[in-house]
Design a protein around this ligand. Structure first.
Ligand SMILES: *Cc1c(COP(=O)(O)O)cnc(C)c1O
Length: 455
């Protein structure tokens, strides 16, 4: 007699690239969220396939809705420097949440987080807390314009500073061009005050200042760019930025949202500074300093920061700025970033990068690995890569093949060829073994992709 509840056929083993639960969630998401995601790169557009919907994350691992586990090399794009759900951070967050979620009045943790930052980066005497890196750069730009009374701003092609209207202009390379907006919805007028220059090109900067110096409020740069892949400043470039801006009365804004507290205790500044020509005027921070919660900051000398409301005329505010749960997470994360953690990040990153280089070489795949402290990225092109035009010669199809092979083998890389790979204090030998074991197959997949697209 047939049972009313026949036992299901034994589940067919999932092929590694199947992700039925994520597919269903993605379809559901696309009905109510544009493109199914809340930040475009998560949609896997440049690598194809279905983004994995994560249900939990612990240590070095992500678990997706299909119950599959991945070694995570995204690290939430930087913040998870101690690994996911680190016990000290979890405790700090839980305790803070138990005392209230948001006060709308000042609280002591805001001071403690500011003190932690100020103690690390010598030129930063004061910081204002905000909730995202975008807010930090937007506010730093307004402050620089308020201080100087000038309107124009110089940025470098390939540098990302969040989705601030004036900074989305990245078009134009090789020569100084007035920015054309990269995004619909950014009026020409917002980008018209933005001068986009090729990165690492001192002559282009000198020419821009010779032509327009008295109108330029600031140069904003990623301290060591990580958003076109990792493209560190050539020796002398940061010094030149400082020298030229100072000579023309413009400010230098160092965007350390990605590199801050990642490259070293004091970010990229801690590795490359102090500079003979002087320190940047303003710094922006985010990612690591929020420990996975929305917290970011911008800072500089007390004299410059005094231009901000309520002391000064430059208005800036935020309902959730200095949020008690976010500041608790950030504080616990920064305090957890010991010298041991930084040396572990370096060793771990080099283990992965060395193994990747060996396998790519064996498979005959052109590649260049570039570094900013323990932050690295792998360009699938002959290097070196010193600017955005060169970065764009990386092979996106080969990266997509490499990415999917790694994903099938349980390693989640950033779903874009232009991103740094992020390791954490929780990436132990077991996690590294899984990455290293997956690399030969992934290198072969990249090599086949090169063969297919070769002329
Ligand atoms: C991530 C990033 C930003 C933007 O930060 P959000 O928190 O995403 O707004 C700005 N600048 C740099 C260098 C970044 O890497």
């Amino acid at each position: 007699m047939p049972s009313a509840h026949p036992s299901p056929a034994p589940a067919a083993p999932l092929h590694p690239s199947d992700a039925p639960a994520s597919e269903a969630l993605f379809a559901r998401a696309r009905r109510v969220v544009p493109g199914g995601v809340n930040s475009p790169v998560r949609a896997f557009r440049s690598v194809g396939g279905t983004p994995r919907f994560v249900t939990s994350a612990r240590g070095a691992y992500l678990t997706d809705a299909d119950g599959r586990e991945y070694v995570d090399l995204i690290g939430s794009w930087g913040p998870m420097i101690l690994g996911h759900t680190h016990p000290d951070v979890l405790r700090a967050v839980t305790e803070a949440a138990g005392r209230g979620f948001s006060y709308g009045t000042p609280s002591e943790n805001e001071i403690a987080l500011a003190e932690e930052i100020v103690a690390r980066i010598e030129p930063v005497e004061q910081v204002r807390l905000v909730s995202s890196g975008t807010e930090a750069t937007m506010s730093a730009l307004r402050l620089a314009r308020g201080i100087t009374g000038r309107s124009r701003v110089v940025k470098f092609a390939g540098c990302y500073h969040g989705h601030v209207d004036a900074l989305l202009a990245a078009a134009g390379s090789g020569v100084a061009t007035f920015g054309l907006p990269d995004s619909a919805g950014v009026p020409q007028s917002a980008a018209a005050e933005t001068i986009v220059l090729p990165y690492n090109d001192i002559e282009a900067l000198e020419a821009a200042f010779a032509a327009d110096g008295e109108h330029i409020a600031a140069v904003i740069t990623e301290a060591a760019p990580g958003n076109m892949g990792v493209v560190p400043p050539l020796p002398g470039f940061t010094e030149a930025l400082r020298r030229i801006t100072r000579a023309h009365g413009a400010l230098l804004i160092s965007d350390e949202v990605m590199t801050g507290f990642r490259c070293s205790r004091a970010g990229w500044y801690g590795l490359e500074g102090p500079y003979d020509s002087g320190a940047p005027d303003l710094f922006t921070f985010g990612k690591v300093m929020g420990g996975g919660f929305p917290a970011a900051a911008f800072g500089g000398s007390a004299a410059h920061m005094a231009y901000l409301a309520p002391d000064g005329p430059v208005y800036q505010a935020g309902t959730l700025s200095g949020n008690p749960v976010a500041t608790a997470a950030g504080l616990a994360t920064l305090r957890g970033c010991t010298d041991d953690v930084y040396s572990h990040l370096t060793t771990t990153a080099h283990t992965i990068a060395d193994a990747a280089a060996a396998e790519l070489t064996k498979a005959g795949v052109p590649h260049t690995i570039q570094w900013a402290g323990s932050m690295f990225s792998i360009f699938l092109t002959e290097g070196p890569v010193t600017n955005y035009d060169q970065a764009k010669t990386t092979s996106s199809p080969a990266y997509a093949a490499f990415f999917h092979s790694m994903l099938d083998q349980g390693v989640h890389l950033p779903p874009s060829a232009y991103e740094a790979w992020f390791v954490s204090a929780a990436h132990d030998d077991a996690a590294l073994d899984r990455v290293v074991e997956a690399l030969p197959e992934a290198a072969r997949a990249a090599s086949e992709s090169f063969a297919t697209i070769a002329p």
